[in-house]
Design a protein. Structure first.
Length: 149
């Protein structure tokens, strides 16, 4: 079984256009070297297949693409369902759609102040880890004493 000519991008990144048909032995060599053969041309004008090292491009070695986390506002982690559960616990029967946005805004201010003061306690103790005691002292300082911890 003979294969049509293949344009190769070897690990030295020199393009080598083979004029002769590729033999199965050469294909096995490509597989052994972890070269991958594309079955579709990368552009309409290209009538040959490309073989390349995984993770290699014509511009040199690059790391393979990976899934990147989309950075978004962390307060959106407080879902509408979570706000609804808090409202139910407080005895609210019906909730307006604007309440979710307002609740997140109030929660952001509260947590910003709480974390800022807790980090102040941590820095004063020459530590890098915020402990539960730092949070308890912060709440007590803000007039919201929490028992049971």
């Amino acid at each position: 079984n003979l294969v049509t000519p293949v344009s190769l991008l070897l690990d030295s990144m020199t393009a080598l256009l083979l004029q002769n048909p590729v033999t199965p032995a050469l294909l096995q060599n490509l597989v052994n070297r972890k070269l991958r053969v594309l079955t579709k041309p990368s552009s309409p004008g290209l009538h040959c297949q490309l073989a390349y090292l995984e993770g290699m491009t014509a511009r040199g070695k690059i790391s393979p693409k990976r899934h990147r986390k989309i950075i978004r506002d962390g307060i959106q982690g407080i879902t509408n369902a979570a706000v609804r559960r808090l409202a139910r616990r407080a005895g609210v029967m019906r909730i307006s759609g604007l309440v979710y946005y307002e609740t997140r805004a109030v929660l952001r201010v509260f947590l910003t102040n709480l974390v800022r003061d807790a980090v102040t306690y941590t820095e004063h103790g020459n530590r890098k880890t915020v402990t539960h005691i730092d949070v308890l002292y912060t709440l007590k300082h803000q007039g919201r004493t929490l028992y049971g911890f």
